[in-house]
Write a protein that binds this ligand. Sequence first.
Ligand SMILES: NC(=O)c1ccc[n+]([C@@H]2O[C@H](COP(=O)([O-])OP(=O)(O)OC[C@H]3O[C@@H](n4cnc5c(N)ncnc54)[C@H](OP(=O)(O)O)[C@@H]3O)[C@@H](O)[C@H]2O)c1
Length: 288
Amino acid sequence: MLTTSLPGGTWTLGGLTVTRFGYGAMQLAGPGVMGPPADRDGALAVLRTAVELGITHIDTSAAYGPQVTNQLIREALHPYPDSLHIVTKVGANRDPQGGWPPARDPRSLRRSVHENLETLGLDVLDLVNLRLGDAAGPRPGSLAEAFETLADLQRQGLIRHLGVSNATPEQVAEAQAIAPIVCVQNMYNLAHRRDDELIDALAGQGVAYVPFFPLGGFSPLQSSVLSTVAARLEAAPMSVALAWLLRRSPNILLIPGTSSAAHLRENIAGAALSLSDDDLAELDTIGR
Ligand SMILES: NC(=O)c1ccc[n+]([C@@H]2O[C@H](COP(=O)([O-])OP(=O)(O)OC[C@H]3O[C@@H](n4cnc5c(N)ncnc54)[C@H](OP(=O)(O)O)[C@@H]3O)[C@@H](O)[C@H]2O)c1
């Protein structure tokens, strides 16, 4: 059994036990998530630091770079420790302008799963999220053909567990009618709380919710209430934002992104911050 001193403890994704405090690798690619990092050694060091600090859940995608974060993960960490679980996502490509055109037809999905296996140096992918919607957020529409393709790849033994990302609650339910999912990865943070009901429903089903942009993503979270609470606690606003997510629901797993080992350490320490009921009530006003 995995024990951890990381804040939040552990969660079981299907049969895989992971630390609730994970790491999102997207920030390791170049500007606009295109091309190599400016500081390649620094990027490798962040990944090694994450594992040294006990993180067992890393989020990535072949679309980051493209291929860049997967290659960095392999270079930094392969052969992977048994405890480490790498979560990838399929369903979007990159275009020369840095856009994220959807690639959810069966052929593209099969190709992407094989590409992830190859670049990560794995025989089986632990968890694959089907990324839906577009850069502006979830979009309604059936995911059946795409999700059935992934379920087929799972039956073939290339994928252990499935999830969905950037999904509406209706798409989550549609996926669950096709095959079990172990997580939903959607945008959510102190200021962006469209998924409050979905999070609670998933908690009741034992399904993880993995917020992307937990710190606001490309536009860092800014709120006078957050700044006030952080100042009172003598903590960084980002620490408060992460500690709040861990308190929000036990099925929330964190994958904050950073290209800095120092920020990673700060975020781990910060997420352990204890928030009082008064702090929580005040923070609750931000996204409502
Ligand atoms: N499913 C999807 O569609 C989707 C979309 C977006 C992201 N994701 C996943 O979600 C993960 C998290 O999202 P994200 O990385 O975009 O956004 P995020 O975690 O909300 O924020 C990352 C930003 O916060 C900064 N930061 C982190 N810690 C800091 C600290 N202690 N002090 C100051 N600045 C700090 C980082 O800059 P520094 O590099 O300077 O630390 C970076 O600019 C990604 O890595 C990716 O794996 C998924």
